[in-house]
Design a protein around this ligand. Structure first.
Ligand SMILES: O=C(CO)[C@H](O)[C@H](O)COP(=O)(O)O
Ligand SMILES: [Fe+2]
Length: 239
């Protein structure tokens, strides 16, 4: 049997670290410097203790860019956002499993019906096996986002233990197990990624890399984007 194709590297600068007052030009700059996706952090001040952007901002940005808008919804009621995000021009719609235990099937279907790519995200304390049914569903998620910090803020420290989810006194399967189980799935890591942490995530099998402060805070953001991509591609060659 032929081996499944590796999931392509996608480098997604988190616009949370950009200058929100100049979002369109920041987006254009990231795409010009080699970004594949733009990661949009949507926080409702309830699921996480921070408030960021909503569909009106996605709609405004969409008028200025054709880029893939990878929306990460850190909100308590993601179903309430599907229609507006679809209309606004979001490309990916990633919700959290912690708040969708009872309605993920309908949610995935509604995301697809609005022309977006469904994804599911997990907080650090959530076992990775909780999302296996969503990846194996008749209408599956197409991306799993493993948080490598507690959601809510940029600029936090990467948690390498999320590769195997070894948390004091608990062991859950992490990124490495997901990759072994699903060779061509888009596996995204988010939080604290940059040149000094990427090799750990890439060698565990992550192919979609969100990076906010390491990209926007760099003297040469293009070089950081390219270093992240090289690490993912090198890990895939090594296997
Ligand atoms: O979802 C997020 C926070 O909840 C952000 O996407 C994430 O933190 C990216 O920022 P940084 O690379 O600075 O950690
Ligand atoms: Fe995010």
């Amino acid at each position: 049997m032929a081996a499944a194709a590796a999931a392509a590297a996608k480098i997604a600068p988190s616009m949370l670290s950009s200058d929100f007052a100049n979002l369109a030009s920041e987006a254009e700059r990231m795409v010009r410097l080699g970004a594949d996706w733009l990661h949009m952090d949507v926080m409702d001040g309830h699921f996480v203790p921070n408030l960021t952007i909503g569909a009106p901002v996605i709609e405004s940005l969409r008028k200025h860019t054709k880029a893939y808008l990878d929306c990460h919804l850190m909100v308590t009621n993601p179903s309430d956002y599907v229609e507006a995000f679809g209309k606004a021009g979001a490309s990916g719609f990633t919700f959290h499993i912690e708040v969708t235990r009872d309605n993920w099937k309908e949610l995935i279907q509604s995301i697809k019906a609005k022309g977006m790519r469904p994804g599911v995200s997990l907080k650090p304390g959530t076992p990775v096996e909780d999302v296996f049914p969503l990846v194996e569903a008749e209408t599956p998620v197409e991306l799993v986002l493993v948080m490598t910090v507690e959601p809510g803020f940029g600029g936090q420290k990467f948690m390498p233990e999320m590769m195997d989810k070894v948390i004091p006194s608990k062991f859950f399967w992490g990124v490495r197990t997901l990759r072994k189980k699903y060779p061509s799935l888009d596996i995204e890591v988010d939080g604290g990624l940059g040149p000094s942490t990427i090799d750990v995530a890439a060698s565990a099998g992550a192919n979609c890399i969100v990076a906010g402060s390491s990209v926007f805070g760099a003297a040469d953001p293009g070089q950081v984007i390219s270093a992240l991509r090289k690490s993912v591609e090198a890990s895939q060659i090594k296997g």
